[in-house]
Structure formats: C-alpha cells, structure tokens
Design a protein around this ligand. Sequence first.
Ligand SMILES: [Zn+2]
Length: 142
Amino acid sequence: MSLDRSSAFSHAGSGAGANASRCRRCGILVGHGEHCDFCQQRPTGYVDPPGEYVGRHHTEWIATLDQLLLQGDTDAAEFLLVRLVDATEAESLLDGVPPFERHFSRLGQIARSRGDDKLSRDLRRRFKQCSQRAPAAKRETG
Ligand SMILES: [Zn+2]
C-alpha cells in the first residue's frame, strides 16, 4: 500500500538544502528520524477531530509550512494549507472559536500567485463565514 498523501511531500528535494527532515507518513517537520511520534503509533483508520490534521492541532503545522515555503515547495505548502484551512474552519464552525486567519491568508496568497481567483474568493467567503459564526472572536493586534 502506498500512501498518496506522502508523495505530495516527496518532490521537495530540488537542491533546496533541507537540513530538517519531515515525517515520511504525514509530512510534519521532525528533528530526526523518519517518522514523527504520532505516526509511529497511529492506528490505521484514525479520524481527526475538528481542528486537527493527522493527529495534530492545525497550529502545530506552522513550522512545517514555514519550512516548505522557505524551500519554495509551493505545491506541498498548498496541499497542507488546504487541509489546515479545513481544520480551522471545522473547529471554528463546531466550537465557535475564531478561525485562524493566517492559514486562509497564506493559501489565498498562493491562490493569487497562481491566478486562481475562484479559490481566493472562496477563501475570503469561508473566512468571513467562520468569523461571523464566532462572535466571541477577539481581535488580536500585531
Ligand atoms: Zn507523522
């Protein structure tokens, strides 16, 4: 059985100089080794609760995203961001917590750089919807 999702991360190495490795199963940044702690013990058929992607809260993926973008691996970053946006959206709609704007804005940036206006508009609409559903959202400045 080959995992399709990991192949999206496997084409990063075009001389980008990666010195940190990513989990071969889920793609998260790991200090060493081939798999992250979670994937070593992950049961098959595991289903993420709202707000998580592969067993981790969507905010835990930020370092991995940073690394992908730093390496110029926009495809893998987009692949990951689509799932993180889903996660923060689900969390927001179900738990009434404010959506995590950075995932939306980063994916929106990628969408615009590709000329994908539909996705860009879609993201703005989804973010607005989440924000409206979470009236308790505190606006963070900075
Ligand atoms: Zn993993």
